[in-house]
Design a protein around this ligand. Structure first.
Ligand code: FES
Length: 67
């Protein structure tokens, strides 16, 4: 079985799917994708390099928020 934990979402900052999930889970109100993106970015520094992962991160966050 493939593990999703180690999927690299942001190559520049070496941020994995698990890192993003962890950053979201210490936040209580998972409501607004833009807000959550800023929070995840502060915690993990994802999307502060080339920015090419931005859309991928937004997708990950919205799928986590929507369950
Ligand atoms: S891959 Fe995330 S900033 Fe470049």
């Amino acid at each position: 079985m493939e593990t999703t934990e180690n999927i690299l979402i942001c190559k520049c900052k070496k941020v994995t799917l698990a890192d993003i999930e962890n950053a979201l889970h210490d936040h209580t109100s998972l409501s607004d994708v833009e807000n959550e993106f800023r929070h995840v970015q502060e915690v993990t520094h994802c999307s502060t390099g080339c920015g090419g992962c931005h859309d991928k991160i937004m997708d990950v966050i919205s799928s986590i928020i929507s369950g």
